[in-house]
Ligand binder design. Structure first.
Ligand code: HEM
Length: 152
């Protein structure tokens, strides 16, 4: 594992991430844009799952917000991988970073379990509330751990 991390750190892309000041800043800004799209779309959907504004159609809200959330997630994952390249060994040895990855994995699993299982339209209200509460907690915890990484 250590060898793989050292090899990753030795790639031209990793050098570019470390040495190009505006490259790193640009990727970081796109990471924040991805997070904004993801969290900005997922929070209103989660609140609706928890019962907020229940007169709004869940199907319509899902059709509008889920593609935005998925686009944001893909952008955050791609740019996150590039940020990681700047110091693979350091991040892999940081428990907060590993916690953040675990939270992201759990949040994605929660979303997949609902969408590949009963779906927004077919799930019972209790199931929807559980998925909404988990999603809200996990994505906000992932965001906070990502921001705190700069300070540890
Ligand atoms: C596998 C996917 C991801 C990886 C590998 C990743 C990796 C990283 C890395 C290496 C940093 C720089 C940390 C530092 O300052 O040293 C970072 C920043 C950050 N990440 Fe991620 N990230 C991923 C996805 C996400 C997601 C989905 C979220 C939000 C839900 C998120 C939230 C943040 C935040 C808030 C920051 C701080 C940005 C700033 O203030 O400059 N990350 N990420």
């Amino acid at each position: 594992m250590e060898e793989l991390l050292a090899r990753l750190a030795d790639t031209p892309l990793a050098d570019w991430m470390r040495l190009s000041r505006w490259g790193y800043a640009g990727v970081n800004a796109l990471h924040v844009l991805g997070i904004a799209l993801l969290v900005g779309a997922i929070v209103p959907l989660d609140l609706r799952l928890l019962g907020w504004r229940r007169r709004l159609s869940l199907k319509t809200l899902g059709q509008a917000l889920q593609p935005v959330a998925v686009t944001g997630l893909l952008l955050a994952l791609g740019t996150g991988a590039l940020l990681f390249l700047a110091d693979p060994t350091g991040y892999a040895a940081t428990p907060l970073f590993l916690l953040k990855l675990a939270l992201i994995g759990l949040a994605i699993a929660n979303a997949l379990a609902l969408n590949l299982g009963p779906g927004l339209a077919g799930a019972a209200p209790r199931r929807l509330r559980l998925a909404g509460a988990l999603s809200l907690g996990l994505w906000i915890a992932a965001l906070m751990s990502g921001r705190f990484l700069a300070f540890v």
